[in-house]
Design a protein around this ligand. Structure first.
Ligand SMILES: C=CC1=C(C)c2cc3[nH]c(cc4nc(cc5[nH]c(cc1n2)c(C)c5CCC(=O)O)C(CCC(=O)O)=C4C)c(C)c3C=C
Ligand code: FE2
Ligand code: FE2
Length: 347
């Protein structure tokens, strides 16, 4: 008997991460930063200011310095953000089976979202589920991916049915996968304290997305509810609370803080407390051994391996700390691939 048409329908899955340069050489880093830092969702200034300021001044100054840091990060397989993403794509495809077609794209540079979406279109998928690989929704990360995807498919003659998984802040599989990696580190030695360090964003970005003025960068983030579901700061605090619960930590045994602020002459405030300031004060309070998580990232990258793993370690030791340990990211661990598979199946 022929298979009914409905049984042959396949679902497209697009996994997207932020993006990385093609190589750690200055021209490639410059091209990447030019695309990234002229995105109006990242630098929310009028185009007439953004382009001359960033393409003309900020990026030319920053690119050679960033290139040196990327050279420290680069491996034989290239940029970790890229190869962990491709490994995850392969694993999730295996787990989901032939009813699904899984593609991988980057918001900036390669492989492009456009190419990944075309792969799905060529595979004649019935609908597309987009999973931006950012646990906590931010207009500068998830929002930018959503805008790009809609811009691309909006130009197709046949616009596909499409859905987005916009946040997985509190997804049990995501939390459990990070907790497993944390517990493995905690079994190796005793820690005085745990730091959950998230990528920062300007405070203005949170306030601009605030639902009816609910998010005010204060106690509003102590609970996670329908009013602050997409508040980046509230989501970060919720991820920390859930991870702390899984790890058996009391409130005074962990700190949530924010890293990676882009220093600008405008000196606009970013989300606080800043991780570098928090960790410098710890040794004087008797906190000498710290376990650090980077739960805004699901793959190791410049921000985890270099900033948290190396730069913060150095700062902590200079301030009198003894041991600073980064928990590796989820990368393409089987438990995380299972969690992604579950999120897709539930969608
Ligand atoms: C967690 C998601 C991310 C958000 C939100 C985000 C916001 C954001 N980032 C910058 C500026 C930079 N970020 C850089 C690197 C970088 N950022 C993310 C994720 C988020 N950014 C990742 C995964 C990475 C690492 C990429 C890699 O190749 O490993 C950089 C580049 C590095 C450098 O030169 O320091 C910049 C610049 C802003 C301004 C911003 C929100 C407004
Ligand atoms: Fe960033
Ligand atoms: Fe909030």
């Amino acid at each position: 008997m022929p298979t009914p048409t409905s049984a042959k329908r396949r679902i497209g899955v697009l996994l997207v991460n932020l993006g990385t340069p093609d190589s750690p050489q200055t021209p490639d880093v410059r091209r990447y930063l030019n695309e990234f830092l002229t995105d109006a969702r990242v630098i929310d200034m009028p185009a007439a200011v953004r382009y001359p300021l960033f393409q003309g001044i900020v990026v030319p100054l920053r690119a050679p310095k960033s290139a040196k840091i990327y050279q420290q990060l680069w491996t034989e397989r290239g940029s970790p953000l890229l190869y962990h993403g491709l490994d995850l794509q392969r694993l999730v495809q295996e787990k989901l089976g032939p009813e699904y077609v899984v593609a991988f794209g980057m918001r900036y540079q390669k492989p492009s979202i456009e190419k990944a979406l075309e792969e799905l279109r060529d595979a004649a998928v019935d609908r597309i589920i987009v999973l931006p690989l950012f646990p906590q929704y931010a207009a500068a990360s998830t929002g930018s991916v959503q805008e790009k995807v809609m811009e691309i498919v909006g130009k197709w003659w046949v616009v596909p049915s499409i859905s987005f998984i916009s946040t997985f802040t509190d997804d049990p599989g995501f939390i459990a996968s990070f907790a497993t990696l944390g517990k493995a580190e905690m079994a190796k030695r005793d820690y005085d304290h745990v730091v959950f360090s998230y990528h920062g964003i300007p405070e203005r970005h949170v306030l601009k997305g605030s639902f009816k003025g609910y998010c005010q960068l204060g106690k509003c983030c102590n609970t996670y509810n329908k009013n602050n579901r997409y508040c980046y700061r509230a989501q970060c605090f919720e991820t920390s609370r859930l991870l702390a619960k899984e790890l058996g930590l009391d409130e005074d045994q962990y700190t949530t803080s924010f890293q990676s602020r882009l220093q600008s002459r405008l000196r606009d405030p970013w989300l606080q407390p800043y991780t570098d300031e928090v960790l410098k004060g710890m040794p004087a309070k008797g906190i000498k051994n710290v376990l650090a998580f980077s739960p805004a990232f699901v793959a190791d990258c410049l921000e985890t391996t270099i900033e948290v793993g190396l730069e913060f370690k150095e700062l902590f030791e200079q301030a009198g700390g003894e041991h600073w340990q980064l928990v590796p990211s989820l990368n393409a661990t089987p438990q995380w691939a299972d969690a992604v598979t579950d999120m897709i199946r539930r969608n």
